[in-house]
Design a protein around this ligand. Sequence first.
Ligand code: SF4
Length: 595
Amino acid sequence: MRQKACCSLSGMICPDGTPGASPDQNDRVLRVDMTAGTLSFEPYPAAWRLLGGRALTARVLARECDPRCDPLGPDNVLVVAPGLLSGSAVPTSGRVSFGARSPLTGGIKEANAGGNVGQHLMRLGVRAIVVSGRPAEASRRFGLEIDGAGARLVPADDHAGRLNYALCEYLDARYPATASFAVVGPAGELGIKGASIACTDREGRRPTRHAARGGLGAVMGAKGLKFIAVDPGRLPARPPADPAAFAVIVKRFTQKKKAASRVYEHGTSAFVNVANLLDSLPTRNRRSGRADFAPQLDGSGIVASFAERGGEMQACMNGCVVQCTNKVHAPDGSHETSSLEFETLALLGANCGIETWDEVAQLDRLCDDVGVDTIEIGAAIGVYMDAGRMDYGDLSGMKQLLAEIARGSALGRTVGDGVVSVGKSTGHDRVPAVKGQAIAAWEPRTLNATGVTYATSAMGADHTAGLSLDPTVPREELAATSQMLQMINAANDSSGCCMFLGCSLDDLRELYGAFYDTAVSRQAIGDIAWQVLEDEWTFNRRAGFTAADDRLPEWMATEALGTSRAVFDVPDDVIQAVYERIDVGEALYSFTASG
Ligand code: SF4
């Protein structure tokens, strides 16, 4: 890298917060070239006014990233894009998207996270950060600072190899209390394909909010970025075009969503028992969909522990009215982990024969510290165990594997690179993956519409791409159900609204219109959602994906699950129907991301 100690760009960020001003008049794109060590701001394109989050990562990558580039090379592009409503007064709307060509799938990938990074970027008028290139010296580490005075790269070589908790402790002490952070742990620096990008919690202190899937942490690490620090200081929320009208809509919306989202008041961890009843709790590398120890994993036990150990349900970002995040304490009352969710309890727990939430909490803490996706790693270790390389339920063995990942040993790389890597290394053929990525916990054999999403989403087998928990969807409605949910989730991922808020396309249409003082029709909001999918599918086709990649593992078509003898034997023509837009009428606009 040509720069010496530090490269800075100042004086470009000045959102005035004046009521009545256009909410986006100062919006910018921040470009960071890690090869040259240069930064530049450019005006945000007017044509992209209603694009944010995932819609924006897809659009930038479609234009600027070679779909066949080396995902860990200089030509990959890492895009950081807050949701469209992030930084506004809309509750639970501050999620931030990260996007790049995935080292795990080889396709396009977007993963989003809570915390305050998204809101802070939007308050500063930074609609996107586009990171290209790579330092000439691969051993160099940098931090990217963004605040009201501008943006700059600072040396971070001293933090090489540092675990996420220790790094965030340092950053919390070094930067103002108003700052938030996105960081990568050792796994990201080592180019491990299951590496995540961690955003700090609402207090800006702990690395517990992960953009986990697809190995985007490895992309950030390959660019030499150890952390991004965002400090908006005392800048106010983004001003809506018509504050009075917007306040009325937000008040009504908040009341409606507060009531509707009560199902998440104990977090997704409380869904373990539900999944168990549905034959949808992956157990021992998915040899069963039920575990007799499911009640010991269920999040109801975590909530019951609060009285004795401390801990609580809390918001992961400012302004969240759902507050689904559990803050989990160890028996001695110290903080163990936060956001111990259903997917983690299922994959690191039942799938690996770990029988209590207490034990999974310890593993979750380690995954957050090393900086890896709990879904990919839980599925990978499940295959490792199924291949006879480790006993199911071996907690200390699993901890050792996570230490190996942090060290970058040969075994650590094999496991950290995910479920397909472990299958290849062990010669085991029961590998639950689509497009190179581990299948999320919700079981496609039981939930066929979700299976169609796993097969067709450019995201790979990701439950947040379009999840249906209805096991009774008729075969002739599978494509329409999956497509509709993929569109609704794409729109939510673009808005910054958390899926647990449960926004419909009509909700988003109304909020966009009021905030930007622009009439947004049903046709327009539907087209935005569809275009996200089209941009992502086009990227993947250019990367070399074909219909042959839209398949679940063959054994899932024959190895029946549970009393219903469920299999995933959906024909290719049903799956491929997802790629043509299907008219589902009113449901497209009224159905919500949380079902
Ligand atoms: S609903 Fe849960 S995950 Fe979503 S923003 Fe709130 S606390 Fe975070």
